[in-house]
Every structure is written in C-alpha cells, then in structure tokens.
Write a protein that binds this ligand. Structure first.
Ligand SMILES: [Zn+2]
Length: 167
C-alpha cells in the first residue's frame, strides 16, 4: 500500500518552481508551462510509473492552484507571508550610531541620509526596541545602527566631563 499522496501542496513544493516559471508569469505562460511539463511527464512517457505519476500529480496540483485567479491570489499571499518569515530584513548599510546625526528638534532623534534623498529617522528609545533596525522615511531601505553599549565606561579617564545640576 503506497497510496499516501497528499492532495495539497506541501510547503517545500513551490507551485511556481514545479512549473518552472517566474512568480510574475501571466496566465498564458502558466498554461504553456503546464502543457509542456504535462507532455514531458505524462505517465505514458515516463519509464518508472510511480515516479512519473508523482511528478505529474505535483504539476497538475501546481497548475490547478495557479490557473485560477482567485486561488492564485490566495496562494501568492500565503507564499509571500512565508517568505517574509524566512527572509531576514535586507540591510542597505550598517551604520555606527556616532555616524548618525543627533537632532534635538522637535524631539530628540537620530537621522542618517538615505541615497533616495530622504533619511533614516529614529528616536533613541525606538532604536533600542527595534534592535537598531531603522527604516527610511522615503523608501523601503533599512539600515542597521550599531553601537557599543559599554563605551560609556571603558576606564579611560577622559576630559572629565562634569554636569552640574543646578536645581
Ligand atoms: Zn530611502
């Protein structure tokens, strides 16, 4: 008894990969890819029936998901969500905190120019909460701001900065 073929696409089995097409392929490209593969993998043409049948079933399933506009939309959404979880944030640049400009107006924040003309802007509190990941105001780029948390107290007797609190 070897009849344990799942009827739904498994997560490791990307419908676009099965059909060998780009995720932006249009309906006729999907259909063309399906027809080509269906010819190649038709059980009649494949020597090993079990293997050919399995691959054929994957191809049919992938096509069924993608040729229907609605089910494709659902599939794309699920697929994108999966990729968001798997793929880490793409970092445009790693920036030491001291390279960011400290701006005190209207509220204390740090900013760093982005190549798009806008800037990466973040408040000191948010910087810690977000682990140093700062998004650009104008585009989808993200930088990773790094700082040395121990740099305040490294034993080096510096200029002896003294803050007097006249309160
Ligand atoms: Zn930008």
């Amino acid at each position: 008894m070897n009849h344990d073929v799942s009827t739904s696409l498994s997560s490791s089995c990307d419908a676009y990969e099965v059909l060998g097409i780009h995720p932006s392929a249009n309906a006729s490209e999907i259909r063309a890819a399906y027809l080509r593969l269906a010819r190649e993998h038709h059980p009649d043409k494949v020597r090993s029936h079990s293997q050919g049948g399995e691959q054929m079933q994957r191809i049919v399933q992938a096509y069924e998901v993608l040729h229907d506009t609605v089910s494709r939309a659902y599939y794309d959404e699920e697929r994108a969500a999966k990729q968001r979880r798997n793929v880490p944030v793409r970092i445009a640049e790693t920036v030491p905190l001291e390279c960011m400009e400290a701006v005190e107006q209207p509220t204390m924040h740090f900013q760093y120019p982005c190549r798009c003309g806008q800037a990466y802007v973040i408040a000191p509190d948010a910087l810690v909460q977000e682990n140093g990941y700062v998004g650009c105001m104008g585009c989808s780029e993200t930088i990773h701001v790094v700082w040395d948390e121990d740099s305040d107290d490294d034993g080096d007797s510096g200029p002896g900065e003294r803050i007097e609190n006249e309160g």
